[in-house]
Design a protein around this ligand. Sequence first.
Ligand code: SF4
Length: 316
Amino acid sequence: MENNYPWQTSRPFNAYSNHMRKRYPQRVQKLSVDAGFTCPNRDGTLSKGGCTFCSNDAFNPSYCRRHESIAVQIEEGIKFHSWRYKHVSQYLVYFQPYSNTYADLDTLKKVYRQALSHPSVIGLVIGTRPDCVDEKKLDYLAQLNEEYHIIVEYGIESCYDKTLALINRGHTFECTANAIEQTRKRNIETGGHIIFGLPGETKQEMLDQAKILSRLPVNSLKFHQLQILDNTPMMQDYLMNKDKYHLFGFEEYTDFIISFLELLNPQIVIERFASEVPPHYNVGKSWGKIRNEQIVQTIESEMLRRNTYQGRLYRP
Ligand code: SF4
């Protein structure tokens, strides 16, 4: 079976670590920074409330502090990771919270150049909304991509406009598909986030997204199970309408994600299966203090036990 997988490893899915190893023989570490951007769904341009699930604090690492300069945040990030990964010498700076292309081009150039001027930084991962890019910004990123490794990560969240409206996303799926196509057209590596368990979606609808996403020219995906985070509009709704929400337990999610992967284009690299916020942020169903490695191991072993793999049921 090993040699039949298009990603040429014995793992039953197209793993991000393998994708990176093909390009870099040594580990490359991502360092999150908060460059002080906001987002049009928070500053009043589209809305002030934001996406109903959003709590940037819950996903922000402790070393990532917006009042510090980017240079300081990079140094702090290197220190933070060095106890675990002693031999890492190359880093990708991850512009993670909020929408990191939401500024005029001159501001963006300044911010990205600050990060790239660190001698150990070999590229950028830029998290953003699909409605916060345009031709000029993407052309500039394509230019940087000739010298550095540039990855743009879009919040897709759902392929259904009815869900995007319900969670107050402020853009359509067509906007997402267009941004991904425009980014890939410029040969920039492109990733996306999806949330499973958003209100109003049946399990079948969630699974059907595998076919929709498989048709996009996206390079990689990160999956998240829906978590209800403290102090968000979704928390208010959840507390009043718990029956509208189906929050995955870990076993059920394992089963679901395997079915999803079976339908997914095997060319798409999987960067993350799920994520747990620190328990004090989570007011919904918690999986306990499960580590990301345990989540990956459980899903992987179960795929091997079932003798299945990513793309087994994929039909182009
Ligand atoms: S999830 Fe992203 S786009 Fe939505 S409100 Fe939060 S920062 Fe803005």
